[in-house]
Structure formats: C-alpha cells, structure tokens
Design a protein around this ligand. Structure first.
Ligand code: COA
Length: 284
C-alpha cells in the first residue's frame, strides 16, 4: 500500500504498544522504516513484543515501562527518550475499558479508565508538546478515540467521557499548536478484534454475530487496516490534515444513526412492492 521508506527517519512513540492495535501499528511503522518506541505497564509484555517485532521487521524498536496515568513517570520516560533524540510522532493508543452498569462502578473504576485514556493522553501530549514548541520542531500527534465520542454509549461510560475529552483535546490543540507545525489528528475505530479489547467488550462469542449485523460491511475491521490508516496519518503525505477524526468502522455508526435503517431491513420484498407507486415510474 505504501512505499517501503514512507516513515524512514521518523522516531515514533506508541503508548500501549505492547499489545493489540498498538502492537500491530508498531509493526507497520517499523516495516515502513520508522524507529519505534513502545511503552506500557507490563515489562514482560514489552520485552516479548520488542523482540518479536524486531526480529520480524529487522527494524529499530525500543521499549520503556511506563504507566501513563503517572505524570512523573511519563515525564521521566519522555526525558529519557529525548536524550537519544527528539520524537517526531506521538501516538496515544493506551486505553482501558470494560462493559459495566454505570451505577455499579466504583470511583476507582472511573479513575482507572479516565486516568489512562484522558489523563494519560494529556500527560504524554504535554510532555512532548512542550519540547517540540520550545525547539520549534514540527511534529505529529495521533490519538485513538472511538465512534461513540459524539453519541456517548451506555455501559462504557468511563471510556465514553474520556474519549470525548481526547477528541476535544485533538481539535483544540490542532488549532492552538497548528500554527507552530504540530498536527493533531485522531482515528475513531469501530470494532477491530484484538485480545485485550474483545475479551472485555464481547464476553460471549455469539454476540459477535449481533455486532456484525450492526455493520453495513458485515465484518469487523482488521488491525492491518487500522495500522495502514495510522501510517498515512503520521506520514508527511497527510501534511495538510489537521484536527481531523477519521472514522474507521465499516459504516457502523451511520447505520445506527439512520432513522429508517433498522425498519427498512425488516421489510420483505413483498412489502417493498406494495409501497411502490401504482403507476409505473417514468423511464426518462
Ligand atoms: N468492571 C468494573 N470495575 C472494574 C473492572 C470491571 N470489569 N475492572 C476493573 N475495575 C475497577 C476495579 O474494581 C478498581 O476499582 P477500585 O479501586 O475502586 O476497586 C479499578 O477499576 C482499577 O482496577 P485494577 O484492577 O486496579 O486495574 P487497573 O487500574 O490496573 O487497570 C484496566 C484497569 C481497565 C486498565 C484493566 O482492565 C486493563 O488492564 N485492561 C487492559 C486494557 C484494555 O482494557 N484494553 C481495552 C481497550 S478498548
């Protein structure tokens, strides 16, 4: 899909890069010539991913253990990375989510998800942004949001409020920092199967069919499709895209939003026939 050196010379940090979408994107960025840092909370996972992707792509990958909820730990990580050279791209991918009835959630549950998704994104973005602005260096931030930022969603309220905040951050800083060469965009993925997210959000396998019926394309997205979109958005080729949230969901949210969609899908061919005008439609 891209020239093999699309991201050559770019130094990129992917938070939550040890697993799931972050790991798949790290692999794609390495294949396209980037030097990649991944961070996450579990060192054993990071070690395994860095080794696996390094061997598979022959690219330069580094890892740092860091819980993005902790501003001091983020500052320490970013400072350490900068001693090896500035980053060019920050991808805020680390997330946490669970299906739960909101009234049953503890304050700690809210704090955990908001801490990772919203505050974590803020911590890394500020730590990198301040350095880029001071050095007058162009850079790119790519955030991962979701298709329910505008609508909200029942049963994932900590995630919904956090991702809505990340979307507001994306658009706000696209304007505030754009005049100094920092682009801010986001991807809003629909369902893309990964171990971490799917075991939490689709607890029963038979719910998969139900989930697919909500998608016009009739299937889930793939991590490769996500990673390719991410590669495009962090590359210089998308240099005029700023403040954009690109939805990648097979049309899922539009199908849910359209007033007559569900109704129309229930009608039989015979019923469609009866609704046609009695006299034939003009051919010209
Ligand atoms: N339902 C309700 N509450 C939950 C929960 C669940 N499934 N899982 C955790 N919590 C609550 C805990 O009870 C705790 O609250 P408390 O302190 O008031 O008791 C709080 O959340 C933190 O839980 P903890 O076990 O300390 O987890 P954590 O903060 O280390 O991590 C997640 C929480 C969400 C990040 C964890 O589930 C995780 O690691 N997820 C993997 C990443 C992920 O979710 N990816 C999907 C992205 S879409």
């Amino acid at each position: 899909m891209f020239q093999n050196d699309l991201l050559r010379g770019k130094r990129i940090l992917i938070t939550g890069g040890g697993t799931g979408l972050g790991k798949a994107t790290a692999q794609r960025f390495l294949e396209l010539g980037a030097e990649v840092y991944i961070c996450g909370r579990r060192e054993d996972v990071l070690i395994a991913t860095a080794r696996e992707l390094g061997e598979r792509t022959k690219g330069r990958i580094h890892f740092r253990r860091c819980d993005v909820r902790d501003p001091a730990a983020v500052e320490e990580m970013i400072a350490a990375i900068w001693t090896e050279g500035s980053l060019d791209v920050l991808m805020n991918n680390a997330a946490g989510n669970f299906l739960a009835r909101t009234e049953e959630l503890s304050l700690g549950a809210f704090q955990s998800v908001i801490g990772i998704v919203l505050m974590g994104t803020l911590h890394t973005t500020l730590a990198c942004g301040r350095r880029w602005l001071q050095a007058r260096r162009p850079a790119v931030v790519l955030n991962v949001t979701t298709t329910y930022t505008e609508s909200g969603s029942a049963y994932v309220v900590p995630s919904a409020v956090s991702k809505a905040g990340v979307q507001a951050l994306t658009r706000s800083l696209a304007v505030e920092w754009g005049n100094r060469g920092i682009r801010m965009n986001a991807i809003a993925p629909g369902p893309v199967p990964t171990e971490g997210a799917f075991s939490r959000l689709l607890p029963r396998p038979e719910l998969e069919q139900l989930a697919k019926q909500k998608i016009p394309l009739g299937r889930f997205g793939t991590v490769e499709e996500f990673a390719n979109l991410a590669a495009f958005l962090v590359s210089d080729g998308s240099g005029y895209i700023n403040g954009e949230v690109v939805t990648m969901d097979g049309g899922e949210w539009l199908q849910g939003a359209g007033e007559f969609t569900a109704l129309g899908r229930q009608l039989t061919d015979k019923e469609w026939e009866t609704m046609k005008p009695k006299k034939p439609l003009p051919t010209k």
